[in-house]
Structure formats: C-alpha cells, structure tokens
Design a binder for this molecule. Structure first.
Ligand code: 4AD
Ligand code: MG
Length: 437
C-alpha cells in the first residue's frame, strides 16, 4: 500500500468517512444500469452500500467493465463516500475505479423467490443473503449474551469432551463411533462432566455442540445442536430456576438492544418479547398442576406421561412469558435427576417452555447426590456401571446438593427470530434428512 492509497474500510464503518476516498472489498449483491449510470449494490458482510458508477466520472474502460459485473462477483472498489438520504445506510460510494477479483457466473440464488429445499441445498451460498444474515447475527448476539451473563454471575467456562464412553440422555438417541476397536458416542450433553467441574470450581458452564440421533422429524429437532450448560455446587432447584430465568431475560434484553435491524428484516413482532421482559418473574408451575390445566383445556394427557410438543404449546398459550414446569414424574426423566424428598414419584427437575408455541428451551434440575439412590437409578436404567464409575466417585468424595440446566441455542434463536423451523437457526443444519452441505 502506497501513501496515496485510500484506507480499506468496511461498509459498516463508512459513516466515519463521509467526503473521503476509501477502498471497499466485497461482492456484487445486485446490479442495475440506466444509460449513463451503473448502480452496484456491494456487500462485504458488514453491510450493503450502493456504489454509483457515472459515465462522466470514470474512464470508458472502467464504465464498460462495471456494466459487465455479475451477481456475487468479488470486487475491489474505490471512490468517495457521500451522504445519501434515500438509502437505508445513509451513504453511497461515488465510484472512481473497480477491480474484478473473482467472477461469478450464473449464481444460483437470484433475487426471485426460491423454495426452502433449494435454499437448504445451497446453504453454503444462501448464507450470503439478508435473511440468514439477520438470523445468524441474532444467534451470535444470543451466544454472546449467554457468555456475558455467565461471566457476570461468576461462572467459569470449562469445556466438555465430545467423544464419550456413555449415554447421558438415554440410549435411544446415541450416535456411535468406533474408537480404536471400542465403542464411543458423540456427546448428548456435557452435564456429567460439568458436575465433576462444579465440584472442582463451584460454578461452571460449557457451551458446545451436542448430538442426538433423533429419528423424529419435527420443526424443533436437530441431530446436532448447541447447548449452554451451567452447573452449580450447593444449589437447589429453586436457585437453578432463578439462574435459568436470569439467563433468558439477559439474552432477550441483549437482542432487543442490539438487533432491531435484524428483527425488522425478519419481520419479527417484538411486542411479545417486550412483554416477556415486562412480565417477569416467570411463573413456576408444578407438573401435576400443568396436567390439570391441560386436561381442563381438553388434552387427553394422563398424569405420568411426559409433555409432548402439542401439550407444551397448549400449556404455554395461557402465558405471555416462558413458564417453568417443575417436578415431573421421575419415570419419564433421565437417570441422574434427584428424587423429590416430599414425593418419591417425582424428580426435582425443570423444563422452561417458551411462549408463542416454541416449546421447551431449557431442561435441567437438581442432581441425585446420594450414592445409593444414584446407583439404584443407574441399575434401573440398565446403564453400564463401569462407564459411570467416575461419576459415582463424585458422590463418594464430598457429595453436595447441586443443580444445573441446558439451554438449547437453536430453540432460543428460533423463538427470538420467530422462525417456523429450527433448521434456519444454525449455519449448517443436520437433521434426519440432511447432512449436506
Ligand atoms: O432437556 P435436555 O435433553 O437436557 C439435557 O441434555 C441436560 N443434560 C441438560 C443439563 O441439565 N445440563 O436438553 C436441553 C435442551 C432442551 O431444552 C432443548 O432446548 C435442547 O436442549 N434440545 C434440542 N435442540 C434441538 N434439537 C434437539 N434434538 C434437541 N434436544 C434437546
Ligand atoms: Mg428435555
């Protein structure tokens, strides 16, 4: 770069450069020509700016070359940043030169409408479009908000392994892989490892991909999804619910504060999200009361069954905020859940159900801290005891009441963005039918 070269600037920063010459690097989002003018919409990941090529202001060669640019060709453009009240950005670029970096021929995603199957098949390219951009920016803010909340609350990030010797969330959804002649599984949850870490550090969390061989084809299930999982020593169910509520509120507030542009792109009505913030504290509802409410609303559900997706939607209709349903029957829940000392049929667990039909976004609760009861649960679930020997050690050496939860990132992204299907909430979704691209 010589001393005369203009500064290289991102579209998101152009406001600071009004009246100055700059260099922008990006891709042609769209192009329109009318006689003496070419209008290039240039996107660089941080925004889109209109670049105006005026015949009277550039050499004939540059004018011709600019007119031949195609959608998604990559370019380096130089010119002056000018105020432009008509554009949403408020600025445009008066082009002085355009350099083609890589041509794009017949880009498959055109400004016309495409079906979701076509777009998913071209997800690697679709990521460049406005809608995925808005969703993935909100996803980034949600993850950032979770981490920020954990930091504020004094939690330490401890990474959990992906390859594991045992099941955490039931043996029916395990992805199996060969491990040098032994069998290993892709992790379903980092929880058991977070329990070990909580006994070492007090308050910890992990955040990473988790895997479930979900054979169900629903709008809420992925086979690979991301979870944030806090775990706390000396913590009971009530305190666990408070942290879960605090995290969700923090994340919504961050999204409302930072992502108004993205929410508008998605045409997300933000009033229901504002009402969640205004409506705190979230109601706590015992499972048994939830069953009464559901039966009152005509559901066929019987005491003892887990809530299905439809029950969750029916129940959450009555609430403008998420609702925390606690103390499910132990028989329908995972082996590690602590028995309710007041009713041995129940587990000290909680599910947070989002409003607007988005269903379960959080699952968690207090863990069984009694060695004998936990051994009984492992046996009752027919889990291999050897694989859990280390986990049982945590109950042998200074066991304490402890609790935690897992929040599904994609479920929260879907809810806050108002998506119809969870597949749009993650950059490259993996579902029963899809592992490409
Ligand atoms: O309720 P789950 O299965 O709980 C656990 O895995 C606990 N071990 C977490 C813990 O206590 N540390 O899953 C937690 C959350 C669900 O509430 C849901 O939001 C999300 O993970 N989830 C899924 N999201 C997308 N696709 C799937 N197949 C999901 N399964 C669970
Ligand atoms: Mg669950």
């Amino acid at each position: 770069m010589s001393s005369q070269d203009p500064p290289v600037v991102r579209v998101g920063e152009v406001a600071q450069y009004e009246g100055r010459a700059v260099e922008l690097r990006g891709w042609i989002y769209n192009i329109r020509s009318s006689g003496k003018l070419h209008f290039l919409q240039l996107r660089d990941g941080s925004g889109i700016i209109q670049c105006v090529v005026f015949k009277g202001e550039v050499t004939p060669e540059i004018f011709t070359k600019a007119g031949e640019l195609t959608q998604e060709s990559s370019v380096i453009v130089r010119g002056e940043i000018r105020a432009d009240a008509r554009s949403s950005l408020g600025f445009e670029l008066g082009v002085e030169s355009v350099e083609l970096v890589g041509a794009a021929l017949d880009y498959p995603i055109t400004p016309k409408e495409h079906g979701i199957a076509f777009l998913m098949e071209h997800r690697h390219l679709w990521l460049r479009s406005t809608r995925p951009h808005a969703v993935l920016r909100i996803r980034g803010t949600i993850i950032d908000g979770c981490r920020e909340f954990m930091r504020q609350e004094g939690f330490l990030l401890i990474d959990a392994p992906i390859l594991t010797p045992a099941a955490c969330e039931g043996t029916t959804t395990l992805f199996e892989t060969d491990y040098f002649g032994d069998t290993a599984y892709l992790t379903q949850s980092g929880q058991l490892y977070m329990e070990a870490a909580a006994m070492a550090f007090g308050k910890v969390y992990c955040m990473g991909p988790t895997f479930r061989a979900e054979k169900s084809k629903t709008r809420r299930h992925l086979t690979e999804f991301w979870m944030i999982e806090p775990e706390m020593a000396f913590c009971d169910l009530a305190e666990d619910m408070e942290i879960a509520e605090g995290m969700v509120l923090h994340v919504i507030q961050r999204v409302l504060a930072d992502c108004q542009t993205e929410l508008a792109v998605l045409e997300r009505d933000t009033a229901p999200l504002e009402r969640v913030v205004a409506g705190q504290p979230f109601p706590r509802l015992a499972y048994s009361d939830a069953i009464d409410i559901l039966q009152g609303k005509g559901s066929q559900i019987q005491w003892g069954s887990d809530l299905g997706g439809e029950d969750e939607t029916l129940l959450s209709e009555d609430f403008e905020t998420p609702v925390l349903v606690h103390r499910y029957p132990a028989a329908v829940k995972a082996f590690y859940m602590k028995q309710d000392p007041d009713d041995a049929r129940l587990a000290l667990c909680v599910d947070m159900l989002a409003p607007e039909g988005y269903g379960e976004i959080i699952g968690g609760g207090q863990r069984e801290d009694d060695l004998g009861l936990l051994e009984g649960r492992i046996a009752a679930h027919q889990l291999p005891r050897e694989a859990f020997a280390w986990y049982l050690d945590l109950r042998k050496y200074g066991s304490v009441p402890h609790a935690g939860f897992g929040m599904g990132i994609e479920r929260v992204v879907s809810w806050l963005c108002g998506l119809k299907h969870v597949r749009e909430s993650i950059p490259f979704p993996r579902t029963l039918q899809r592992i490409y691209p």
